[in-house]
Design a protein around this ligand. Structure first.
Ligand SMILES: Nc1nc2c(ncn2[C@@H]2O[C@H](COP(=O)(O)OP(=O)(O)O)[C@@H](O)[C@H]2O)c(=O)[nH]1
Ligand SMILES: [Mg+2]
Length: 299
């Protein structure tokens, strides 16, 4: 499978869809490694996350995008812009939907760039009688010229091989874009911040998760055990207390769980230091958004 032997195919596959349909779970299921953070909260994914899968002579560069939604904050607008940009730059699209025919999904399909698009009907584990899928397949098939329609359960990693078989022939014949053993082109510090944010999402509730931004302030690899210092920004003073918890217990368990994930990914021990700062309404402040790494795009 080395490059140069025979013909290779390679291309970018953008995973798009509304929030919470399971796009990030699908990326992780396809790669067999949980690189994208997922949660039951909508709008968990803020940046496009790229994962590379090389099988035989085909390389698929998956791009998990933030969900397309009605944005209410500046951050929300940038998330939508980021998803649309990634879709435009892709070779193939995967549109993920819940297992029901929703007019909003069909409207979204009609708006997407004119690229070969595979429809993934995800969460089919929720459907008791699989015969209910047949009319759904027919309705979607009539509504839009999808290259293929694939029922899946990303959470149970069902249907992944069938999906890969549909996607392979849709990417162009060209050399690989990355070394075959690449898993992602994103830097380690990106994943460290994401893994901390994932633990905050799973430890806190209600409005806290949407107001959290995680910034790696220091990543010092000069000693044997790398030292990573992280600022957690919350949008309200009261949220600070929630994230820190009584006697700092909440922050401690967030840190312990995130460190385990980071160490698993890096295959080595790290020191992780977390602190919490209240930065009121950062998600609507262009300068603060830039500082926190949420791009330059205007709504
Ligand atoms: N039942 C079921 N739930 C799923 C499936 N895939 C994802 N989910 C859940 O849907 C929620 C949102 O998933 P996520 O991947 O973060 O969605 P995203 O916003 O589209 O990236 C999470 O709670 C997932 O565990 C699936 O195949 N079946
Ligand atoms: Mg996501």
């Amino acid at each position: 499978m080395s490059r140069g032997e025979g013909k290779t195919r390679a291309g970018r596959v953008a995973i798009v869809g509304r929030p919470n349909v399971g796009k990030s779970t699908l990326l992780n299921a396809l790669l067999g490694e949980p690189i994208a953070i997922t949660s039951p909260h909508p709008q968990t994914t803020r940046d496009a996350v790229r994962g590379v899968l090389t099988v035989g002579d085909t390389q698929l560069v998956f791009v998990d995008t933030p969900g397309l939604h009605e944005a209410r904050s500046r951050l929300g607008h940038r998330m939508n812009a980021s998803a649309r940009d990634e879709a435009r730059e892709a070779d193939v699209l995967v549109l993920v939907v819940e297992p029901k025919v929703d007019p909003a999904d069909l409207a979204l399909a009609a708006e997407l760039p004119k690229l070969p698009t595979v429809l993934v009907i995800n969460k089919i584990d929720k459907i008791k009688d699989k015969r209910d899928l047949l009319p759904m397949l027919a309705r979607f098939g009539k509504a839009h010229p999808f290259a293929a329609i694939v029922p899946c359960s990303a959470r149970r990693t069902r249907g992944m091989d069938g999906l890969l078989e549909e996607l392979g022939p849709l990417v162009p014949e060209q050399p690989f874009l990355f070394e075959p053993d690449t898993l992602s082109d994103q830097p380690t510090r990106f994943f460290v911040a994401e893994f901390v944010r994932e633990q905050i999402l799973s430890h806190t509730r209600q409005e806290v998760p949407h107001g959290v931004a995680v910034v790696v302030e220091r990543f010092d690899e000069s000693s044997k055990v790398p030292r990573i210092e992280i600022a957690i920004h919350v949008s309200r003073e009261t949220h600070k207390g929630i994230v820190v918890g009584a006697q700092g217990r909440m922050l401690k368990s967030i840190g312990t769980a995130a460190r385990a994930r980071v160490e698993q990914m890096l295959g080595r021990q790290v020191h992780l230091k977390l602190w919490v700062r209240a930065t009121p309404d950062w998600m609507n402040d262009p300068a603060k958004l830039r500082d926190m790494g949420y791009g330059e795009r205007e709504p």
